[in-house]
Design a protein around this ligand. Structure first.
Ligand SMILES: Cc1ncc(COP(=O)(O)O)c(C=O)c1O
Length: 358
C-alpha cells in the first residue's frame, strides 16, 4: 500500500515556491504572551511576488492550466488581493497572459499589491465599491466568455486559489513542518479567508502531524461559513488523493471575532503588528496576518491556548499590503527634522576685531 507521502507526490504540481520555508523561534514574543514556545513558519518567504501562502496553492492550481494549454489566466480578488498578484506573477513566470477582476473602495493611485499588478502587466477590471464574491465571479465569467469569443484559451481561477487541488499545497506544508518541529503536540494558528489554507492544514495534520491542533482566525467570513466551505474543500482534496476524508466534521476550530470588517485595520491587529515588529523585527500586514496574530494574542491571554504546548504562527505573507497604508495607521512617527544647513548651536560668534559687520 502506498504511503500518504507517495500518494501526495503523485499529484502533478508546478514548482513556484521557495521551499522549505524556515521555522523560526520567537522567544521575546513568547515571553510577552506567557507561552513556553512560539514559532513562526515563514510562508511570507515563499518568494513569488514577495512571498505568501498562495505560492503553495498555485503550484497545484497551475498544473491543469498548463495541461489544458491555456494562454491566459483570469482570476478575482479584493483591491489588495495577494492571490491576484501572486497569480499574475506565476502566470508571467510560466509565459502566460493575466487578467484580474478586483473590487473594493476606489483608489487614486495604485499602491501596495495594485502597484505590483501594474508591474506584472496584468489587465485589470475594477468593480468600484463592490468586492462581493458573487459580483467578482460574475465579472470573471463574463470576461472569460469574451476571451473565448476572441479565440483565446482562458482559464478561470476562483477566488483565493482555493480549490481542492490548491489546498494540497498546505497538505504538503504539514508534511514539511512535521520534521522541522519533531514529535509531540503543537498548536498552529492561521488566518482564514477563502479557506484553502485552513482546509489543507487540517487534512495535512491528519496525515502527517497527528498531534496538531489547527486554529483558524477568520479575516472575513463567519465561523459557520468557514466550517462549511472548509469541509467541502477537504472532501475535494481527499478525493484527489483517492482517500476518504480523515477529518471529522466537528473537528474544525475557527474563531471569527477578530476581523470586524474585511480589509479595514483593527485596533487589536495594529497592537499585534507593533508588538511583532518591535519585539521580533517581524512584519505583519493589517488585513490578514495582523488579524490572525491578534487572534493568537487574545487566545493566549484568555487561556484559549495551552501555554505549555508549542504554538506555531503560520505567517501567510501579504506584506506588500503594508505599503497601501499610511504611517498614521500605526501611530505617530518619531521623526526629528534636521534642516540641511543647521544653524550652529550656542551663541553666535562675535565678529573679529576690525572686521566690518553689516
Ligand atoms: C496574506 C494572506 N493570509 C491568509 C489568507 C487566507 O488564506 P485562504 O484564502 O487560503 O483562507 C490570504 C488569502 O487571501 C492571504 O492573502
Amino acid at each position: 500500500m502506498k504511503s500518504a507521502g507517495e500518494i501526495l507526490d503523485a499529484v502533478r504540481r508546478v514548482p513556484l515556491a521557495d521551499l522549505p520555508t524556515p521555522l523560526q523561534e520567537a522567544p521575546r514574543l513568547a515571553t510577552h504572551l506567557g507561552l513556553s514556545k512560539l514559532f513562526v513558519k515563514r510562508d511570507d518567504a515563499t518568494g513569488l511576488a514577495m512571498g505568501g501562502n498562495k505560492a503553495r496553492k498555485l503550484e497545484y492550481d497551475f498544473a491543469p492550466i498548463l495541461e489544458q494549454g491555456c494562454d491566459v489566466v483570469v482570476t478575482v480578488g479584493g483591491a489588495q488581493s495577494n492571490h491576484a498578484v501572486m497569480t499574475a506573477a506565476a502566470a508571467r513566470k510560466l509565459g502566460l497572459d493575466v487578467k484580474l477582476v478586483l473590487g473594493g473602495p476606489d483608489f487614486a493611485r495604485p499602491r501596495g499589491n495594485l502597484l505590483l499588478d501594474v508591474l506584472y502587466g496584468a489587465e485589470l477590471r475594477y468593480l468600484v465599491d463592490d468586492d462581493d464574491n458573487d459580483s467578482l465571479a460574475a465579472a470573471m465569467n463574463g470576461w472569460v466568455g469574451e476571451l473565448r469569443a476572441e479565440g483565446r484559451r482562458p482559464y478561470a481561477l476562483p477566488i483565493g486559489g482555493s480549490t481542492g487541488a490548491g489546498a494540497l499545497g498546505y497538505v504538503r506544508a504539514m508534511r514539511e513542518l512535521a520534521p522541522q518541529l519533531g514529535p509531540g503536540p503543537v498548536q498552529v494558528v492561521v488566518a482564514v479567508g477563502s479557506c484553502g489554507t485552513f482546509a489543507g492544514l487540517n487534512l495535512g495534520a491528519r496525515l502527517f502531524l497527528p498531534g496538531a491542533r489547527i486554529i483558524g482566525i477568520s479575516v472575513s467570513r463567519t465561523a459557520r461559513r468557514i466550517v462549511q466551505r472548509t469541509a467541502e474543500l477537504i472532501a475535494e482534496s481527499a478525493g484527489l488523493l483517492g482517500i476518504d476524508s480523515p477529518v471529522p466534521a466537528g473537528a474544525l476550530e475557527c474563531h471569527d471575532g477578530f476581523h470586524e470588517e474585511y480589509g479595514v485595520a483593527t485596533e487589536s491587529g495594529t497592537e499585534a503588528i507593533l508588538a511583532c515588529a518591535r519585539l521580533e523585527g517581524l512584519l505583519l500586514d493589517p488585513i490578514y496576518t495582523g488579524k490572525s496574530m491578534a487572534g493568537l494574542f487574545a487566545l493566549a491571554r484568555g487561556g484559549g491556548l495551552d501555554a505549555g504546548v508549542p504554538v506555531v504562527f503560520l505567517h501567510t505573507g501579504g506584506l506588500p499590503i503594508l505599503f497601501a497604508f499610511d504611517a498614521e495607521t500605526f501611530g505617530p512617527a518619531r521623526v526629528t527634522r534636521v534642516p540641511l544647513r543647521a544653524p550652529p548651536s550656542g551663541p553666535a560668534p562675535l565678529a573679529a576685531p576690525g572686521s566690518s559687520r553689516r
